[in-house]
Design a protein around this ligand. Sequence first.
Ligand SMILES: *[C@@H]1O[C@H](CO)[C@@H](O)[C@H](O)[C@H]1NC(C)=O
Ligand SMILES: *[C@@H]1O[C@H](CO)[C@@H](O)[C@H](O)[C@H]1NC(C)=O
Ligand SMILES: *[C@@H]1O[C@H](CO)[C@@H](O)[C@H](O)[C@H]1NC(C)=O
Ligand SMILES: *[C@@H]1O[C@H](CO)[C@@H](O)[C@H](O)[C@H]1NC(C)=O
Ligand SMILES: *[C@@H]1O[C@H](CO)[C@@H](O)[C@H](O)[C@H]1NC(C)=O
Ligand SMILES: *[C@@H]1O[C@H](CO)[C@@H](O)[C@H](O)[C@H]1NC(C)=O
Ligand SMILES: *[C@@H]1O[C@H](CO)[C@@H](O)[C@H](O)[C@H]1NC(C)=O
Ligand SMILES: *[C@@H]1O[C@H](CO)[C@@H](O)[C@H](O)[C@H]1NC(C)=O
Ligand SMILES: *[C@@H]1O[C@H](CO)[C@@H](O)[C@H](O)[C@H]1NC(C)=O
Ligand SMILES: *[C@@H]1O[C@H](CO)[C@@H](O)[C@H](O)[C@H]1NC(C)=O
Ligand SMILES: *[C@@H]1O[C@H](CO)[C@@H](O)[C@H](O)[C@H]1NC(C)=O
Length: 491
Amino acid sequence: MNRFLSTLPVLLSLLNLVSAAQKSVTLDIVNAPIAPDGFMRIYCIRLSASCSFPGPVITAQKGDSLSVQVNNKLTDGSMRLSTSIDFDGLNFDTDNVYNEGSPFVTTCPFGPNTSYTYGAPGNQTGSYWYHSSLSLQYADGLRGALVIYDPEDPQKDLYDVDDESTIWTVADWWHNTSTVGLISYNLTQIIPFLTGLAVASSKGRGRYNGGPAVPYAVQNVTKGTRYRFRLINISARTFFTVSIDNRESFFLYIIEADGLPTQPHEVNVLDIMPGQRYSIVVTADQPADNYWINTILHGGNAAFNLNLNSTLGRGILRYEGAPDQEPTTPMTLGPQGAAANALVESDLRPLFPTPAPEPDYNLTFVTNMPVNKTIWTINDIQYIPPNVPTLIQVLDGASNDSDFGLNENTFVFPRNKVIQITFPPDPDNELHPFTLHGQNFWLVKSNSSGLINTENPIRRNVAAAGSNGTILRFTTDQPGPWFSSQRLPHL
Ligand SMILES: *[C@@H]1O[C@H](CO)[C@@H](O)[C@H](O)[C@H]1NC(C)=O
Ligand SMILES: *[C@@H]1O[C@H](CO)[C@@H](O)[C@H](O)[C@H]1NC(C)=O
Ligand SMILES: *[C@@H]1O[C@H](CO)[C@@H](O)[C@H](O)[C@H]1NC(C)=O
Ligand SMILES: *[C@@H]1O[C@H](CO)[C@@H](O)[C@H](O)[C@H]1NC(C)=O
Ligand SMILES: *[C@@H]1O[C@H](CO)[C@@H](O)[C@H](O)[C@H]1NC(C)=O
Ligand SMILES: *[C@@H]1O[C@H](CO)[C@@H](O)[C@H](O)[C@H]1NC(C)=O
Ligand SMILES: *[C@@H]1O[C@H](CO)[C@@H](O)[C@H](O)[C@H]1NC(C)=O
Ligand SMILES: *[C@@H]1O[C@H](CO)[C@@H](O)[C@H](O)[C@H]1NC(C)=O
Ligand SMILES: *[C@@H]1O[C@H](CO)[C@@H](O)[C@H](O)[C@H]1NC(C)=O
Ligand SMILES: *[C@@H]1O[C@H](CO)[C@@H](O)[C@H](O)[C@H]1NC(C)=O
Ligand SMILES: *[C@@H]1O[C@H](CO)[C@@H](O)[C@H](O)[C@H]1NC(C)=O
């Protein structure tokens, strides 16, 4: 584990497993050169099936149980040779908690020349992603989209096309290996440079300052057709502001957040945090032409990192019949000021609302990074990664809070209780996307507003813990050891 992460709960008990039809996928993880932004990175990890970044899209139908065989063929010792794959947002039962992939908490990483087959029950639907969760290995390229389609989607009347060509991933890309980046961060506390890769279903595309003019990613559309784009942020740390030109009045309906359907909600620009997913419905009703898809990166100081330049990572929405060229309109940051109808996360409503139950336990997370970058606390106790992995302690019989070191922030909760996590308002607490593994939470208070909504909040598994304060609740109905993680803020 590393300082980008902080652990949380351990939930123990028993449950039965249901089974269904099987969808099998094989991923070979190899070292190979790759240049998604024109910079040839000799030492990167790729999933050999497609020789691209991101890795191949994994798809399944509702009810399929997923079986993903991962063959670790890594050979380059300048990066991590072991690996462990995490399927963010998929929920796992007790029988296979360890398939969730959080190393040292739910599973062990596995070494080169070995394989591991992950299984997920597959009764969820929606947009997800998979990635290495061993240290920062995912920044080296081990990340991809995962979509489980619902043939009986209750919102299918809202769109005509929803397939692999309409999966949009946004990502950051790093020219140095994560190993070099971590060492340098450790010495300087400065996060290394990244470049932005935009909108691409199977091929990451982007440019870096001073680099070649790599063609922008293209999304083809046909006039009159309604598209469900699945927008997935597979960044290591960057968040993006997304919009499409010529959509000042409206452009899209959000109908899904992190795998769960939402009531259609109209906006023309939205922020997407690392790890978050939204489905957006866009009708191709403009004159047939080329339009900019604006994917504006945020993730550091643009004066310092010249790759944080919105001209470098963006996409093109191309109508059938439009010329094979870039839009002739200027590149903008998307709708601004009065023209912006930006997503306010707290305005989203679930399609199938469930009230957030009252909490049985409260946890308070504080991440005072600018004061002392090394101090993150839960209930006033500083987190310090354990020397003995949480999982080993569990296997050795640890079953009570007091069995773990105080500073490990490992909490053992009884089954079917409600936990509330509060990130108090704090001007220093700016932008840590928070991920809860193994379960969705009710977003009782979004950072986006002061509203506390226990009646019909959305449920998701990634939310910004920002300066305005965030409150979430979850029930301990997925027994097992689970990990929670937070990213560094944007310094
Ligand atoms: C993996 O297998 C290859 C081929 O047999 C061998 O060259 C390599 O040393 C092995 N790697 C490890 C870490 O054992
Ligand atoms: C999937 O199945 C598990 C039990 O195996 C259950 O707890 C969970 O609620 C189910 N999820 C959905 C979305 O049906
Ligand atoms: C960071 O530096 C400390 C000593 O200053 C060292 O113990 C630790 O191993 C370093 N971590 C990495 C990832 O380089
Ligand atoms: C890569 O790391 C080296 C050594 O820390 C550093 O000098 C260089 O600026 C880094 N390059 C990038 C693109 O971050
Ligand atoms: C878009 O359509 C053109 C013309 O049919 C085709 O050549 C191109 O491969 C398509 N691009 C994508 C990303 O599907
Ligand atoms: C952004 O990149 C473009 C294209 O490389 C360049 O013309 C422009 O000067 C850059 N802007 C900044 C602020 O660096
Ligand atoms: C948790 O905190 C809320 C206020 O935020 C309070 O109403 C509730 O009583 C607390 N519950 C417990 C179990 O401490
Ligand atoms: C920050 O916290 C670390 C760990 O507790 C401590 O060693 C260090 O002295 C603190 N630094 C400052 C400037 O307070
Ligand atoms: C955990 O330990 C505390 C005392 O440290 C004790 O009161 C409690 O009953 C224990 N709980 C379990 C589940 O063993
Ligand atoms: C949070 O946002 C709401 C409005 O969106 C505002 O009224 C409130 O003052 C904000 N709170 C903080 C601590 O910034
Ligand atoms: C959180 O809310 C504050 C206050 O409204 C705002 O300044 C900040 O940008 C928000 N953070 C995120 C990550 O949205």
